[in-house]
Design a protein around this ligand. Structure first.
Ligand SMILES: [Zn+2]
Length: 319
């Protein structure tokens, strides 16, 4: 009989994780478009009609509708299912393997990472609205409920994460004369430092760069993808908006650019330098250049560390 409460807890963690995953996709969609998180309720991204309540049930609604809007038949982006599944599993894993308060702190962190990644993937900018508050929130949580991190480590992590990447970006800019590391990445890594300490920053930088190299390599070998099925039409246009518009804090500015460009049927490109054809050519085969957004790779590494930190540390110490 003792198993019953445990199973209830597991199911609750799964359900909560899936719901937050659904919420994260909504936030990632609305934040750069300046749409309120609260109102209107869920709507189809294609026909913009409100969806029935049951179509908000995470995972099941996507599977039941076979990934299509029931009203207009437009495909619903697979990221909905992906985010719901991955945060459901993350929540369950954290719930089972960490004290509840620690698990919640880590879950908040991976949710922030997921939202940042989705926005970065679509728009080439990491939302400061997520990473700025993420730094103090991460510091407080690390100090209070994450004993493996603690406030000192968190503080060093903030300085290390923000400082190291900022310096790297500065050097890159001096050497290459173009922006290699966006300020968004700097704030993202400061947030990583706040939640995970300096060891987490090191891990994230190393494995994020490694993953990013594979991503860059793929782009270098196969060329810039000309069809990105994950991207909505508006975001596709935004992706080719000038980098200067995208690197600022003004999501609304990029949003306006996207709306203005939406009418045109411009060739799809995820290259941030695309408006400058010379730069684009130059960048095509340069793996150093940010032809792929770095943020999602950093986030992937950081999320991995947030979940498996105890395993990684004990594995490292046992060597
Ligand atoms: Zn629809």
């Amino acid at each position: 009989m003792e198993q019953v409460p445990a199973i209830i807890g597991d199911v609750a963690a799964l359900a909560l994780g899936a719901s937050v995953g659904s919420f994260a996709v909504t936030v990632a969609y609305r934040l750069p478009r300046d749409i309120s998180i609260a109102t209107p309720g869920s709507f189809c991204e294609s026909c913009e009609r409100p969806v029935p309540w049951w179509a908000n049930i995470p995972i099941f609604a996507y599977l039941a509708s076979r990934g299509r809007c029931l009203m207009c038949g437009a495909p619903i982006r697979a990221r909905h299912l992906g985010a719901e599944l991955s945060l459901a599993l993350a929540a369950l894993y954290l719930y089972v393997n960490f004290p509840l308060d620690d698990a919640i702190a880590r879950f908040i962190f991976v949710t922030a990472l997921l939202i940042s990644s989705l926005v970065d993937y679509d728009w080439r900018l990491i939302p400061n609205l997520i990473t700025f508050p993420g730094v103090p929130v991460g510091f407080v949580l690390a100090a209070l409920v994450m004993p493996e991190i603690g406030w000192k480590n968190s503080l060093i992590g903030i300085v290390a994460g923000g400082g190291v990447l900022f310096a790297t970006g500065l050097i890159y800019q001096l050497v290459r004369g173009q922006e290699g590391v966006g300020l968004g990445d700097v704030f993202l890594l400061a947030m990583v430092g706040a939640f995970l300490g300096w060891q987490g920053v090191l891990f994230t930088l190393f494995f994020g760069a490694l993953l990013g190299s594979f991503g860059g390599l793929a782009v270098g070998i196969f060329g810039t993808p000309t069809d990105a099925p994950e991207l909505p039409p508006s975001a596709r246009q935004a992706a080719i908006a000038p980098a200067s518009a995208a690197s600022g804090t003004a999501g609304a500015q990029a949003g306006a650019a996207a709306v203005a460009a939406q009418a045109d049927a411009v060739a799809v490109s995820i290259d941030p330098q695309a408006p400058d054809s010379a730069a684009a050519e130059n960048e095509e085969h340069s793996l150093l250049a940010t032809a792929v957004p770095f943020g999602p790779f950093l986030s992937l590494a950081a999320g991995f560390y947030a979940l498996f930190q105890p395993l990684l540390v004990s594995w490292y110490l046992s060597r």
